[in-house]
Design a protein around this ligand. Structure first.
Ligand code: MRU
Length: 344
């Protein structure tokens, strides 16, 4: 099968219609492809909270469109009211806060009579910028890989999580096109199964050889097979380079270090939070334990079972080989190098 070019987007997962935002409902993928319509900022906030859409950069893009919806009647007061509703939707992905800060600044920067037009244009630009970041990171990231690499990835940091081809999956797709990626092992990513449901779906659509593993198979695979890289995305990178990402990422980073496997994080500058000094200060989302004690409504733990459901964990920067941003590659990973690349 011919390799699909990077710009080809087989997934229409977020479509701006001017007076509404159509989003692919990721909760039912890959079995059912159905769309939800957001007509207000509150609808966007609810879709984000309920995981209809997810993934840090996509959450940011959707919030930007949510602000544009709030601006439709040219009333700044309605934008100011919508902003905290969107901000509360999810706590960890800092792209949400970045998008809202940006859109607030746009709202306040001109006359009220042009509010709707300015906000819609800014939201479209915010989305298009993310799309461009993805392509740039794919090229920069692919250059780091050795030919014929077998890679592990976690969660879904692909097209579904961004405006473009994805962050970690974008680097994988860039590497695949350049003949550098041979095989991909997505971890299933308990409990929400973003790896099994979403990443594997994307990789298969792109024609990239991929084999699903459960999260607890990663160590065995690293020990017994040739694994050349672990590549993940991020929800928030602290000022010192600590990386917050989907629960399970920290464990993968420790395993990679033990097996001397490079551990790459791919994330746009909109994921970097210089106001948070280190990773332990990042708010970690705790989700309903129903998502742990049940799978698709089927109970798997005893009635009344206690459970934890941490959505994310933090990988210390010392375990990260490189952070790939659209502005350049940060390596070794530390606060000074991160700032240097971001300011370049
Ligand atoms: O809870 P989710 O599915 O929104 O978590 C997504 C992740 O953890 C991704 O790895 C991260 O947002 C990077 S997406 C390019």
């Amino acid at each position: 099968m011919a390799k699909k070019p990077l710009h080809e987007d087989p997934i229409k997962h977020i479509v701006w219609k001017g007076d509404r935002l159509i989003v692919l409902d990721q909760r039912y993928l890959p079995r059912t492809v159905k769309y939800a319509t957001c007509r207000s900022a509150a609808d966007v906030a609810k879709a984000t909270k309920d995981m209809v859409l997810r993934g840090a950069p996509l959450i940011g893009c959707a919030a930007a469109y949510g602000m544009a919806l709030a601006a439709r009647r040219n009333r700044l007061s309605e934008v100011l009211k919508a902003e905290p509703v969107l901000r509360r939707a999810r706590p960890t992905a800092v792209n949400l806060m970045h998008a809202l800060d940006h859109m607030l600044a746009v709202a306040k920067a001109g006359p009220e009579k042009t509010l709707s037009k300015r906000m819609a244009a800014a939201a479209v630009k915010y989305y298009e910028d993310d799309l461009g970041f993805n392509a740039r990171m794919a090229a920069l990231g692919a250059a780091l890989l050795r030919r014929g690499s077998n890679v592990i990835t976690h969660c879904n940091a692909g097209a579904l999580a961004t405006a473009g081809i994805g962050t970690a999956v974008g680097m994988i797709r860039g590497g695949w096109l350049a003949g550098k990626v041979k095989h991909v092992y997505p971890c299933e990513t308990r409990p929400y199964l973003q790896g099994a449901r979403l990443t594997l779906w994307e990789l298969m659509m792109a024609g990239i050889p991929a084999t699903l593993i459960t999260d607890n198979m990663a160590a065995h695979l690293m020990k017994t097979r040739k694994i050349d890289a672990v590549i993940v995305g991020s929800d928030r990178i602290a000022a010192n380079g600590d990386v917050c990402n989907k629960i399970g990422t920290y464990g993968l980073a420790i395993l990679a270090r033990h097996h001397r496997i490079p551990f790459y994080v791919v994330a746009p500058s909109t994921t970097v939070d210089l106001s948070t000094k280190h990773g332990d200060l990042i708010p970690i989302e705790e989700r309903s334990i129903q998502e742990v004690v049940e799978i698709f409504g089927a109970k798997i733990a005893p009635k009344g079972a206690k459970a934890h459901h941490f959505g994310f964990d933090v990988t210390p920067h010392a375990l990260v080989t490189a952070i790939v941003t659209e502005k350049g590659v940060v390596s070794p990973v530390n606060g000074a190098n991160l700032r240097k690349v971001l300011n370049s």
